[in-house]
Design a protein around this ligand. Sequence first.
Ligand code: DP6
Length: 339
Amino acid sequence: MTSTSATGEATALAYPNIALVKYWGKRDETMFLPVTSSLSMTLDIFATTTTVRVTDGPADEIEFNGTAATGSAHTRIERFLDLVRAKAGRTERATVVTVNDGPTGAGLASSASGFAALATAAATAYGLDLDGRALSRLARRGSGSASRSIFGGFVVWHAGEGDGEAGDLSSYAEPIGGDELDPALVVAVVNQTAKTVSSRDAMRATTQTSPFYRPWAESSMLDFDEMRRAVARGDLAAIGEIAERNALGMHATMLTARPGIRYLSPHSLAVLDAVQALRADGVLAYATIDAGPNVKVLCTRADAARVAATVESLGDFVTTRTAHIGPGATLLPDTAQVG
Ligand code: DP6
């Protein structure tokens, strides 16, 4: 090898997060600035582990669950690495190896854990020294929801103010405590296959065409304030109630896009019915759904087994995984060597 370029390698691990007040709509697509602030819970299942190694090769090489990434999946990561390179004042290409524990592109937040892990590993591999806030802003540029997976527990992502570079600085995520709540999230997986409309395309179509979008965004801002207060006082029932109405409202905006976008399947509705029946039985259980048919049920740790059993009793079409509060993105210590 004749190259004299410094090389670095780092491996990071990050978990998905599930929004309890959703991010749905961008005011600036290039900078990934959201219309509204959002609030999430980071999970402890479905981790993504990503290694970034700076190389002297001619192009970025990207491997995803053992297979070389091509096409738009490759371009999306390459563009993100370009951002990191620009920030670091470096030009070398990288090898990226990613392993995802959970299903990809099925509304189970794989892009959140994916870009949180990539941002954390790439920043270190390219020699950037970023604090959590700066890392969340960087991860945001890969996928908005990834900004929140930089942190563990309950996390807010501030919409911030202004567009372009000005908005960039004020749109970051931060943890807000409340971990003592120790809830469970029963993930009801009714479909593991990747969706046909990406959340990015769906949110664009929704913001541009749904007459219900503005009213939802306005009520979501109120939900956000109310949710912060509910987390601060440790009120899980209020958290669940706000989360469920916020998610159903988001789906209402999609259903009323032109043409309408529907992620909910009959199986999703069956799980929603089961959640309602559990509540009628006095169980604290509330549902949230992202850009996919899978339903996540928020409940207490003590009720999680009962909630999971009730959902699984619906039939073979549904399986469950139970998550609790998880940690933020971390570098795996032995692998980090800054070039
Ligand atoms: C429904 O973060 O995947 O999960 O920023 O375009 O990559 P991009 O979108 P993404 O959207 C997530 C949408 C959501 C709600 C949420 O996580 O807040």
